[in-house]
Design a protein around this ligand. Structure first.
Ligand SMILES: *[C@@H]1O[C@H](CO)[C@@H](O)[C@H](O)[C@H]1NC(C)=O
Ligand SMILES: *[C@@H]1O[C@H](CO)[C@@H](O)[C@H](O)[C@H]1NC(C)=O
Ligand SMILES: *[C@@H]1O[C@H](CO)[C@@H](O)[C@H](O)[C@H]1NC(C)=O
Length: 568
């Protein structure tokens, strides 16, 4: 390439000299991302502020969030689906203006009681509990919107199952548990965030989609510049438009001052904006006070579940509970995950069984670091799988593992932006839907998609658009090659502190996960329920669930890839 350009040498010399002059002038900022980020960020912030002020965007129209303005127009059907999805994840909002901290929900002054059910619980039946929320003054709450999580545990039986929380919007919440086992069972409920904190999280999601920002390095010859990038950048400064041609997925960077948009080398997480909260709001996010704090019971918190009755008496059959029965997707028993329906879950404890199952298969894993955990688990656990060294950056990929004897290929690739990985080469930034378009599919092709965590800082519409593109590509793949197996791994719970909550709260994940489930409901794909697995397990929550939970996911995955034949 440089050979062809030799006739331009004088021009390059001029450019180089002027570049040197500029370099000398800007010696502190060029290539020193920290300084540049701060200034770029300051500009970004000022621009955002003025954009909001000048156009009155602070009064956000739910139909057109800041990011939603970008990207292609929706068809009537897409718009209708999006409206329906947004309504389905609507969260109750207290009518009052922000209450003082002491009137926010206090888990330690709240309590739950197990409802008696005639004093007898049987496996296969249901247990119901009632939570009554109170504030820091000890006064009962009169509105809903608190984010609670509930589960039933039995450490003795190494058993656990997720419960459902029903918000009565008056300070009372019902907890519904399906009872999968006979024996001891203990109710646990935590306040993840008080309703007042959820309000703040919602505001941040709509108004501060820039609170995680990204950067790209541009380089050509001796010049290099770094600019800020995001799904949506306030207008006013020249932009590079990296909107994907096939999917219409938007992506922008500020245009470098000297270099062209086609000199983008890489993409990386820029950082996290701080000072997002007022001092009053910050009180709503305190570890051990109102983030993931258990709610105590008033009275016993455990019951003994009796074995299932063989013949149900007439009276029991006609019993109608006030709230519909809740059926979880699975539960832990003796430390292993069992499904409540569909394909029975096998234990893939030995590597030979896994090799046997994956024989002749190409497994394509796409997504975030929680998808990468599947690659890492299989790659580490199965000795016949040998990782091929692609010289990819650590944790980023793409990764490739091969077992040529059994004809197994295992691949991992991260999803497209927004992705908060360290440094991804621009040439490796691919959207999952485009990758799926490039698969022939068919018997022996297995696809795993996990896309959730990196979308939590954006309005839900952004995630809906991403999933719509992925769903379209999945349906086309299944249409041209119906024997392809497609798996979706759901979101999972994670450890939250005051900081993490603002970017990655489980509340954001809950909303995204509900959208994921709704958009793929009824389609011939398998959902691996990481959410319930992390809720039902006694181990502390972690963005990257511990190996035992990953094993449960792999068990579900392989049980569907290699279902046990009837009669075995
Ligand atoms: C949102 O859009 C729908 C249909 O386009 C419209 O009926 C509704 O009034 C809009 N809502 C707001 C707040 O503008
Ligand atoms: C970015 O490019 C896409 C097409 O590639 C176009 O539809 C969109 O309007 C552009 N956006 C901006 C802000 O220029
Ligand atoms: C597999 O391992 C789990 C936990 O290590 C154990 O509880 C289970 O009984 C094992 N299953 C089989 C079929 O070996």
């Amino acid at each position: 390439m440089w050979g062809n350009l030799s006739k331009y040498t004088p021009l390059f010399l001029v450019l180089a000299v002027s570049g040197l002059v500029l370099l000398l002038c800007n010696i502190h900022t060029l290539e020193k991302f920290n300084c540049q980020t701060v200034s770029a960020l300051y500009q970004l912030q000022t621009k955002l502020d003025s954009a909001f002020r000048s156009s009155g965007l602070l009064q956000l129209d739910r139909n057109r969030t800041y990011c939603g303005l970008l990207g292609p127009e929706l068809t009537a059907d897409e718009a209708a689906e999006e409206r329906h999805l947004l309504e389905s994840v609507a969260w109750p909002e207290p009518r009052t203006s922000p209450a003082p901290f002491r009137q926010s929900s206090d888990p330690s002054r709240s309590f739950f009681v197990i409802l008696s059910s005639g004093g007898e619980w049987r496996a296969g039946g249901q247990l119901e509990a009632l939570v009554h929320m109170h504030d820091f003054l000890g006064k009962p709450k009169r509105h809903g919107g608190d984010f609670l999580l509930a589960r039933l545990l039995s450490p003795e039986l190494r058993a656990g199952v997720a419960g459902r929380v029903v918000d009565h919007q008056n300070g009372f919440y019902s907890l519904l548990f399906w009872l999968p086992w006979a024996g001891p069972a203990q109710v646990e409920v935590v306040l993840v965030h008080p309703s007042e904190a959820v309000q703040v999280l919602r505001r941040l999601r709509e108004e501060r989609p820039d609170r995680v920002f990204f950067k790209s390095l541009f380089r050509s010859g001796y010049f290099s510049e770094t600019t800020v990038c995001n799904l949506c950048l306030p207008p006013g400064q020249p932009l590079c438009n990296y909107t994907d041609r096939h999917t219409g997925e938007p992506w922008f960077c500020y245009k470098p001052k000297l270099l062209g948009c086609d000199t983008r080398i890489n993409h990386a997480k820029g950082g996290y904006q701080k000072d997002l909260l007022t001092s009053q709001e910050a009180l709503l996010f305190q570890s051990d006070i109102n983030i993931k704090v258990p709610i105590p019971s008033s009275g016993p918190d455990r019951v003994t579940v009796l074995p299932e009755r063989k013949e149900k008496p007439e009276s029991e059959r006609s019993v109608k509970t006030e709230t519909a029965k809740f059926m979880p997707s699975g539960f832990y028993y003796q430390g292993t995950w069992q499904s409540t329906g569909g394909v029975p879950i096998q234990q893939f404890n030995d590597t030979a069984a896994i090799t046997d199952c994956l024989r002749g298969k190409v497994v394509n894993i796409y997504g975030d670091s929680t998808a990468r955990q599947w690659f890492e688990y299989l790659n580490a656990f199965v000795p016949d799988l040998k990782e091929f060294n692609l010289r990819s950056p650590k944790n980023v990929g793409p990764f490739l593992s091969v077992d040529s004897e059994h004809n197994i290929l295992l691949k991992y690739r991260c999803h497209g932006p927004p992705i908060r990985f360290s440094t991804v080469a621009a040439s490796e930034l691919r959207y999952v839907s485009n990758e799926l378009e490039g698969l022939a599919g068919g018997r022996g092709t297995v696809v795993v998609v996990t896309v959730w965590s990196h979308f939590s800082t954006f309005p839900v519409e952004v995630y809906v658009r991403r999933l719509r593109n992925i769903r379209r590509a999945v349906l086309r793949l299944l249409d041209r090659a119906p024997e392809t197996l497609v798996f979706l791994r759901s979101a999972n719970l994670q450890a939250l502190d005051p900081d993490v909550s603002l970017y990655n709260s489980d509340w954001y994940s809950l909303q995204l996960d509900a959208v994921l489930r709704a958009m793929f409901r009824g389609l011939p794909v398998v959902l691996v329920d990481a959410w319930e697995m992390t809720l039902a397990h006694g181990l502390p929550h972690n963005l990257h669930p511990p190996p035992t939970v990953v094993k449960s996911m792999i068990d579900v995955f392989l049980s569907h890839v290699c279902p046990r034949r009837r009669g075995l």
